[in-house]
Design a protein around this ligand. Sequence first.
Ligand SMILES: NC(=O)c1ccc[n+]([C@@H]2O[C@H](COP(=O)([O-])OP(=O)(O)OC[C@H]3O[C@@H](n4cnc5c(N)ncnc54)[C@H](OP(=O)(O)O)[C@@H]3O)[C@@H](O)[C@H]2O)c1
Length: 172
Amino acid sequence: MKTVLWATLTANGNYAQSGPENPPKKEALDDFFTQVKATGNFIVGRRTFEGMRGNGGPGPFADIDIVVVSKSATEIPGVTVVSSPEEALKYLEQKGHQTALISGGADIHNSFLGQDLVDEVIFNVAPVMEGRGLNLLIDKENYLYKHVQLLDCKPLGSGVVQLRYALDRAVS
Ligand SMILES: NC(=O)c1ccc[n+]([C@@H]2O[C@H](COP(=O)([O-])OP(=O)(O)OC[C@H]3O[C@@H](n4cnc5c(N)ncnc54)[C@H](OP(=O)(O)O)[C@@H]3O)[C@@H](O)[C@H]2O)c1
């Protein structure tokens, strides 16, 4: 199964964090909905999911397979809870999905990158810079690098630029 990691970066290269004073750009959110509609699923970390859940209703994701990755939670109504990235992919594969969308947050993205489980990344670069922040890393301990292939680059509006890269996986 193909895996696509979707993330917003800041203009100075951080993994973007959002909050009341720095809400996500509408263009980036619209793009997220487009990607989710195309894959029919998304994988999300427990902390990001709790931030998204709001009042607990299904919202725009009523027909979407949502997979929450958590070591501590076992059951969350309306979604599937799994205990590892591999289990998330196995679940979606068994459900017949062709592509899995990995939607964040930082821990989850770094877990998938660190385990070489990503085929493609979609980075929406937002016109904002941050101070101390979060990073996406292919290895948290060692200096490593990985060449990636640019697939596409396009403006989404309001200063947001989308970059798509293909990654080679050792094992797919
Ligand atoms: N830039 C973007 O595109 C983007 C997207 C989403 C979120 N964000 C930002 O990211 C931040 C939230 O990210 P976060 O790193 O704090 O949290 P997160 O990745 O959303 O969730 C972390 C939780 O996921 C579970 N988890 C992570 N790795 C795991 C693994 N390998 N196996 C099993 N469970 C695992 C753990 O849950 P348990 O504690 O339950 O075990 C962990 O506490 C916020 O600042 C948010 O604004 C940015």
